[in-house]
Design a binder for this molecule. Structure first.
Ligand SMILES: O=c1[nH]c(=O)c2ncn([C@@H]3O[C@H](COP(=O)(O)OP(=O)(O)OP(=O)(O)O)[C@@H](O)[C@H]3O)c2[nH]1
Ligand SMILES: [Mg+2]
Length: 198
């Protein structure tokens, strides 16, 4: 029977993407069964994305039965002109000023470059924590496309043929997104570990 892995997140858009990213290739037997729990986890206020993800998964571990394999992810949007801010704080900026407010933050700057970073922290069934990170470079632009997911409408990735994430098909975003890069590393780890159990 496939082992279970829990993804702790309260973000339905992340869940949708991660389910696509971790889906087994056609004809392949799934190596694990992915389930989701929405716990309210405290998020460390720290400039280290790795520390934030490690702290987040440690809390998730404490809430689950010992031996449960679990992962979390934290996603940051880092402005070049702000030396990496808002970074992991982007969630709170979005809540207070929306995508337009994020665009306005860069109004006085010629440099609109931004980096999207997803940091995955996976605690295996022995309680050992593994961290994986994916990055995508791009720039901040006036909102274009669907407003469904966070800052997707203002992030134009360098490899996106001039489209914002929000203007792209999900499968195309998944080819180049910071999340897909981080989860490709987790997948590789899980596939390597599948013989010994997760
Ligand atoms: O346009 C976007 N494209 C993305 O690919 C993306 N990934 C995350 N986000 C947003 O950035 C903040 C991260 O904060 P975050 O990592 O703490 O997430 P969260 O609190 O929503 O969920 P979780 O912590 O329960 O998993 C939240 O506002 C998310 O909505 C994204 N926005
Ligand atoms: Mg969060």
């Amino acid at each position: 029977m496939a082992s279970k892995i829990v993804f702790v997140t309260g973000n339905v858009n992340k869940l949708k993407e991660v389910r696509m990213l971790l889906a087994p290739a056609e004809g392949q037997v799934p190596a694990f069964e992915l389930t989701n729990i929405d716990f309210d986890l405290d998020e460390l206020q720290d400039s280290s994305l790795e520390n934030i993800a490690r702290h987040k998964v440690s809390q998730a571990q404490e809430k689950l039965a010992k031996g449960t394999a679990v992962f979390v992810e934290d996603t940051a949007l880092c402005f070049d002109s702000y030396n990496g801010l808002p970074g992991a704080y982007v969630k709170w900026f979005l809540k207070s000023v929306g995508p337009e407010g994020l665009v306005r933050m860069l109004a006085g700057f010629d440099n609109k470059k931004a980096e999207a970073v997803t940091t995955v922290a996976f605690a295996d069934s022995n309680g050992q924590i593994h961290v994986f990170q994916g990055k995508t470079q791009g720039k901040v632009v006036d909102p274009r496309g669907s407003r469904e997911f966070g800052w997707d409408c203002i992030f134009e990735p360098e490899e996106g043929a001039g489209k914002t994430y929000a203007e792209m098909e999900k499968k195309d975003k998944n080819q180049i997104s910071q999340r897909s890069r981080a989860f490709a590393l987790l997948s590789k780890h899980l596939n390597g570990a599948s013989n010994s159990g997760v």
